[in-house]
Design a protein around this ligand. Structure first.
Ligand code: 3PG
Length: 307
């Protein structure tokens, strides 16, 4: 019997685990569950004999791949796969996949939810501002970006997007205005919603010049990765602009300094919450289980992210 490990330091909703189990049962695969683990050794032991593995932001390092003697496939149940060591996967003959789109609406809802929270001054009782008629710039028009656009339009916002990998016509069809440069996006929009992945090109790429070019009442919404922000320069923007606000899923490394000096101008989730809904967990977890079975049984490599 083939074994599939679901290793989630931050567990899926119980309903998602139940549905993953159902999918695996039907295919005659066994579910091995490792939730809320605190030691790397627990993960190293759990992967020893499994054929497939589903993780969330859990780190799949070379050590994990080396410990997993039977592993054929690892699924990142979600979008960003910066937590997987792709080279180690390839070297270990392990296919790595993500489940694009499956948790995107949850992330987008959080992005707009945090925007409202900031516009209303963290619900401090004082007069805030509204989102209607404000411009929101979507930095990277992928699955999450598209949902953010849809929801933002519902708020009556004017939606712009920058994405060098998506053609302008596709963006226009959604009633969104494409812009040609990242500089134009930031200098035009009071709200920016970040959806770029964290990789060698994007890490620390959002810094002083872009943020400082934002119009008055600037709010940066980050449901992507904290690593894409240049934190030293973020602090400089906070120091120089009284109107600047930052909401992020999850907190930056410099959160204590921000909390100490810029009270009321930020909100950070205590734990990554974007994809933390029952619906997103079910969608991503079940997709992951199906992808494992389809790969092992039929060799289907759709959504493979390593070479
Ligand atoms: C993703 O890349 O899919 C999101 O960041 C969600 O991550 P999580 O599954 O760890 O909540």
């Amino acid at each position: 019997m083939k074994k599939v490990l679901v290793a989630t330091e931050k567990p899926f909703a119980p309903a998602a685990v139940a549905q993953i189990k159902e999918v695996l049962d039907k295919a005659n695969y066994e579910l091995v569950l490792l939730e809320k683990y605190t030691e790397k050794s627990e993960l190293l032991k759990a992967v020893e004999n499994v054929d497939g593995m589903i993780v969330r932001s859990d780190k799949v390092t070379k050590e994990v791949i080396d410990a997993a003697k039977n592993l054929k496939i690892v699924i990142r149940a979600g979008a960003g796969y910066d937590n997987l060591d792709l080279e180690a996967c390839t070297a270990g003959n392990v296919v790595a996949m993500n489940t694009p789109g499956q948790n995107s609406n949850a992330v987008a809802e959080l992005a707009l939810g945090m925007a409202v929270m900031m516009a209303r001054g963290n619900y401090n009782g004082k007069a805030g501002t509204e989102l209607r008629h404000k411009k929101i710039g979507i930095h990277a028009y992928g699955n999450v970006g598209r949902y953010v656009a849809e929801i933002a339009k519902g708020f009556g916002m004017e939606v712009l997007a920058f994405d060098p990998f998506v053609d302008a016509e596709t963006i226009k069809k959604d009633g969104v205005t494409p812009v040609a440069t990242v500089e134009e996006l930031y200098s035009t929009c009071q709200y920016i919603s970040l959806h770029i992945p964290a990789n060698d090109k994007t890490k620390k790429s959002i810094g002083f010049d872009l943020l400082n070019s934002m119009p008055k009442g600037a709010t940066l919404i980050n449901t992507a990765r904290k690593e894409v922000i240049n934190e030293e320069e973020l602090l400089k923007v906070f120091a120089e602009r009284d109107d600047f606000r930052y909401v992020s899923d999850i907190a930056p490394e410099c959160k204590d300094e921000i909390a100490e000096k810029f009270e009321g101008k930020f909100f950070f989730t205590p734990k990554k919450m974007g994809a933390q809904t029952a619906e997103a967990n079910i969608n991503a977890g079940v997709a992951g289980a199906n992808q494992i079975i389809d790969f092992i049984e039929n060799g289907n490599e759709t959504f493979k992210v390593n070479k």
